[in-house]
Design a binder for this molecule. Structure first.
Ligand SMILES: Cc1cc2nc3c(=O)[nH]c(=O)nc-3n(C[C@H](O)[C@H](O)[C@H](O)COP(=O)(O)OP(=O)(O)OC[C@H]3O[C@@H](n4cnc5c(N)ncnc54)[C@H](O)[C@@H]3O)c2cc1C
Length: 461
């Protein structure tokens, strides 16, 4: 490796060479200035060409059901990232509108020598890139700044389950777990004029669904992410074996930051190593942060229909199909789920946690999704409702982890068949009694049911 970045982390998406012009980094997944491989690569290319460098970002008018909650989190965090970039003499150029058009128009003005961009396997992001290239075919490098082992290196096919993926990933980890360089000021100044960033004006102008409010106690941005990590390491990591207990409060709470790329999983692992932290708790955490998380990107990369029943494994589709017409004891509409109006106080509490705090505890997320399967007319409807609610309310929604987690719960993805039962077929079943064996269900319900009396309507005959 001659440069600062492992070249296998970079994919040339569109060839060509432009002799002159700036280097641009189109940031749309990794919203951070620190520890960001796409930015490192863009800066290295700019240095090699003795060219100026800018980060470009386009605020899309809608994104997979995101509401004010997620837009606010993104924009507040981005304000801090813009400051960090400015200190490194890298301007952030912002646009709003349809990203492929806006970024292509910007490129037509700036005539970049190279465009560097974030890797993201989601369909909408692949479409953005294709549509951008139709409008402005220029050299484009895509860099995986999300996964420690670039998704296309970790595996060249959809992995069956964590057991098959883990050894591949671990084999490649030493190759890619290299330290990040510091972001030094860029020596080739940006001379073209850049509109000053007026975040309050942008917020005031912007029209998104405001019915889902921002979450006050999750502080957006790179500093908030680091503080959350530091608190987790100091106060919770030692008890991480209790992570399946929603009342224990030992999980990291990092998923909103990881989702928006405000912190890098690689930087987290390097931090754990630097502090000399080892043992079962660290291994357990790294299993979630690296193996499970990167497996989710593997699923979306190699499953174009990752959010549809057709993306489930064949055995799961067959078993669900056999049980499609099974009578359901309860059937709820999307609005009833949305309003936490089911007969089950535990499910309602989980839904209220999601609506109020922007996350559901990881263990209950499985229960939450599986019950949606049990209480809807058919699996495709269950999948649609679970994705709708997760993407609408969760700070960490609209990403691979969500699509993989829901597909695991409803469609057996990365799982195997269990014993046969109504509605689920051989998809793994969960019930309240199982939850009661694991944790204090009443305590969790009390936490997320302020002043409410649980309702127990009669099942459908
Ligand atoms: C139905 C369902 C929906 C889900 N939706 C999302 C989602 O929208 N966004 C999301 O980030 N995660 C999702 N998950 C995975 C997991 O529940 C969350 O990542 C976790 O609860 C986040 O809390 P934490 O950061 O405190 O986790 P911690 O226990 O502290 O774990 C640390 C990190 O590891 C990763 N991680 C943990 N568990 C998983 C997992 N099962 N799969 C992939 N990565 C994992 C996350 O990035 C997490 O932030 C979903 C799981 C299910 C079953």
């Amino acid at each position: 490796m001659n440069g600062l970045i492992n070249p296998d982390r970079i994919r040339s998406i569109h060839p060509g060479s432009a002799p002159a012009g700036p280097v641009l980094y189109w940031m749309h997944r990794e919203f951070r200035a620190r520890n960001n491989w796409p930015l490192v690569h863009a800066r290295e290319e700019a240095l090699r060409r003795q060219a100026p460098l800018a980060v470009v970002f386009c605020l899309a008018p809608s994104f997979l059901g995101a509401t004010l909650r997620q837009y606010d989190f993104l924009l507040t965090g981005l304000e801090e990232t813009a400051r960090l970039l400015r200190a490194a003499r890298i301007p952030l150029i912002m646009r709003s509108g349809e990203p492929p058009e806006e970024i292509a128009q910007l490129c037509a003005q700036l005539r970049p020598a190279l465009m560097v961009t974030d890797f993201d396997p989601l369909r909408i992001k692949r479409q953005w890139l294709d549509q951008f290239l139709e409008r402005f075919p220029c050299p484009v490098h895509e860099v995986d700044g999300r996964n420690i082992v670039p998704a296309w290196i970790a595996s060249d096919h959809r992995e069956f389950m964590a057991r098959t993926f883990r050894p591949r990933l671990h084999r490649h980890l030493p190759e890619f777990l290299d330290p990040f360089p510091q972001l030094d000021p860029h020596p080739f100044p940006w001379t073209a004029s850049v509109a000053s960033l007026d975040f309050p004006a942008l917020r005031a102008r912007f029209r998104v669904d405001e019915r889902v409010a921002p979450v006050a106690d999750v502080v957006p941005g790179e500093t908030g992410a680091q503080a959350t990590l530091d608190r987790f390491i100091d106060q919770r990591l030692a008890d991480y074996h209790l992570r399946n207990d929603p009342n224990a409060g030992v999980n990291s709470g990092l998923s909103p930051y990881l989702h928006f790329g405000m912190i890098s999983s690689q930087a987290i692992v390097l931090d754990l190593h630097r502090q000399g932290l080892r043992g079962d708790q660290v291994d357990g955490f790294v299993e979630e942060l690296v193996v499970r998380r990167e497996l989710a990107d593997n699923f979306c990369l190699y499953t174009p229909d990752y959010d549809r029943v057709s993306g489930f494994p064949e055995w799961a589709r067959a078993t669900l199909n056999r049980h499609r017409r099974d009578p359901r004891a309860w059937v709820y509409s999307q609005d009833q789920f949305d309003g936490a109006l089911t007969h089950d106080p535990l499910w309602n509490a989980a839904q209220r946690q999601l609506v109020t705090s922007g996350v559901i505890h990881g263990y209950l997320r499985m229960y939450w999704a599986k019950k949606i399967l049990e209480w809807t007319e058919e699996p495709a409807e269950a999948l649609r409702i679970a994705i709708y609610l997760n993407d609408r309310y969760a700070l960490d929604g609209r990403e691979s982890n969500g699509y993989a987690g829901i597909a695991w719960s409803i469609g057996g993805v990365h799982d195997r068949g269990w014993s046969e039962r109504p509605v689920f077929g051989t998809i793994r079943f969960m019930n309240e009694a199982g939850c009661r064996r694991k944790f204090d269900v009443n305590r969790y319900i009390r936490t997320w049911t302020p002043g409410q009396v649980p309702l127990f309507p009669t099942p459908i005959a």
